[in-house]
Ligand binder design. Structure first.
Ligand SMILES: [Zn+2]
Length: 192
């Protein structure tokens, strides 16, 4: 998957049913013309491995010494990026609502950390994961994801690489243009 394009990745998501086009009511209650569930791609170890290798090919120059991912969504792809880079892959998880390192995971002062996620939407959890690494004294050298669904609008303050970029807008139901057009709204998964 060297030289993989954004369209290659999105086609792969669509083929597996991990990216649906239509009119969806998301868990948040917001409406969107697209629904993405990366776990449906990552359930196939060969797909996960290929995505990890493709990310590793883009971020090798950062010379990361450890991959840090937010649980749960980032764990599988973080593991595969770590495998491809030949470095440790650890994860942060929520404890009392805040991301933290648990299970004895540590980072040493100045250790070069790459933060890896499956999908970046607003960048909020990526930023939070970056903060976990910095609080541990590590140096965050970059961040990466399979898909950037902010349309390229997140601002992380570190080099960021995504295999694919897609803008998937969300709307409050009362101002949703798809509702206004009379298109029936679907709960994701109900037609899969
Ligand atoms: Zn709608």
């Amino acid at each position: 998957m060297t030289g993989v394009t954004s369209d290659d990745i999105l086609d792969r998501f669509r083929r597996i049913g991990a990216l649906l086009d239509g009119h969806f009511r998301l868990t948040s209650g917001l409406h969107s013309p697209g629904y993405m569930q990366s776990a449906l791609v990552l359930q196939y170890p060969r797909e996960a491995e290929a995505c990890g290798a493709a990310i590793a090919a883009q971020v090798g120059y950062l010379a990361a010494q450890v991959v840090l991912s937010p649980a749960l969504g980032g764990i599988v792809i973080g593991h595969e990026v770590g495998r491809a880079l030949g470095v440790r892959a650890i994860f942060a998880e929520r404890q009392d609502g805040r991301l933290a390192l648990r299970r004895g995971f540590t980072m040493t002062a100045g250790e070069r950390v790459l933060v890896v996620e499956d999908v970046v939407t607003t960048g909020g959890s990526t930023r939070e994961t970056i903060d976990v690494a910095r609080a541990a004294g590590a140096e965050v050298v970059g961040a990466a994801a399979i898909v950037d669904r902010s349309g390229g609008h997140q601002e992380l303050g570190v080099p960021f690489h995504a295999l694919a970029t897609i803008a998937l807008p969300t709307y409050q139901p009362d101002i949703c243009p798809l509702c206004a057009a009379g298109i029936p709204v679907v709960k994701p998964g109900s037609r899969a």
